[in-house]
Design a binder for this molecule. Structure first.
Ligand code: AMP
Ligand code: ZN
Ligand code: ZN
Length: 314
């Protein structure tokens, strides 16, 4: 510790990033993160300075840092917190929401935080929607993902935002890529991107401006910027396969710094060359109830899940 000096001003560094051969002091690190985010947004044409974007904030370090970065860069960025109703003996959703509300208190008055409480909106929260016995944790995580995607999209569309912005970092993206590649899951591979363009039938654009940052970089940004965030992972994520993929990638990274970044960037370059032609999106149609795009005729997966007639079943 203390051996590295800031590349820009020679003060003591707060972080050394061997993958970039770069050590920086607190203020130069903040500047570097913000400028790199702006470059990444521009390079992938995520959104324009005049756009209104909706940041999905979970109360964790990535999404709260992202909200702060976008506001510091001068973007019009509002927040959305979805209360998933996860308690698991540690009041997880309630505590996550407290961090988000606390963060939002100190923002300019024209910045809005939207909160959606699933249980009040649909009568049931994620654990009840997933069913107590059926499928266990895996089912719960897939229901949770489905609910978040549908509701982020619905709210962005209804409120007229130009893009939904999420806090996925490089460790998240590289782990997903690793899983998709292990299974050669081409349908997922062709859709994995830091930018998913909007489409007809109310599909909002989805972007991930932090996908180029290592998790330790977003954590360092949060700490240096005095952002108070929930440190616990979701209690249901324990034992998830994605955590094992992260461990494998971390051990490779330790041996050769930059592995994760290269893996992800090389994939993005290959993807641009359309390495998997012929895997277009299936034809989409509007859900009969909510109107959101779905690949299957009739009700979309979200509307089938939240159908009040199914309440109390399983
Ligand atoms: P996760 O799937 O928990 O790794 O979260 C990935 C991203 O989804 C976060 O960085 C947030 O942008 C968003 N997100 C996760 N949980 C919520 C939530 N409860 N409310 C709003 N956004 C969320
Ligand atoms: Zn410096
Ligand atoms: Zn629907």
């Amino acid at each position: 510790m203390g051996v590295h000096r800031c590349r820009k001003c020679a003060a003591d560094s707060v972080i050394n990033m061997p993958q970039h051969r770069l050590a920086l002091c607190a203020s130069h690190f903040v500047e570097w993160v913000e400028k790199s985010t702006l470059d990444f947004i521009g390079k992938h044409r995520m959104f324009e300075p005049q756009d209104r974007v909706l940041v999905a904030v979970s109360g964790g370090k990535d999404s709260l840092s992202l909200w702060r970065i976008l506001l510091n860069l001068g973007f019009h960025a509002d927040g959305l917190y979805i209360d998933l109703g996860i308690d698991a003996g540690c009041a997880y959703s309630k505590r996550s929401g407290d961090y988000v509300r606390n963060f939002a208190q100190n923002l300019a008055p024209d910045v809005r935080l939207h909160i959606l409480d699933l249980a009040s909106a649909y009568g049931r929260a994620v654990p009840e929607l997933a069913g107590r016995r059926a499928g266990g944790r895996k089912k719960l995580c897939s229901v949770c993902g489905l609910v978040k995607r549908h509701e982020m999209n619905r709210i962005a569309h209804e409120l007229g935002y130009d893009a939904i912005v999420t806090g996925h970092n490089l460790d998240d993206e590289a782990a997903v890529l690793f899983g998709n590649t292990l299974r050669w899951d081409v349908e997922y591979l062709v859709r994995q991107s830091p930018v998913l363009p909007g489409a007809a039938l109310g599909l909002a654009k989805r972007v991930k401006p932090l996908a180029r940052f290592y998790e330790r970089e977003t954590a360092a940004y949060a700490i240096v910027s005095n952002i108070d965030y929930i440190e616990d992972e979701c209690p249901f994520s324990k034992g998830a396969t994605s955590i094992r993929y992260k461990e494998v990638l971390n051990s490779m990274e330790a041996g050769s710094p930059g592995t994760k970044l290269q893996f992800y960037y090389s994939f993005l370059r290959a993807r641009k060359k359309e390495i998997f032609p012929g895997y277009d999106r299936p034809d989409l149609q509007p859900c009969e109830k909510c109107g959101q795009a779905t690949g299957i005729p009739g009700l979309c997966a979200f509307c089938r899940l939240t159908d009040p007639e199914k309440a109390g079943g399983q």
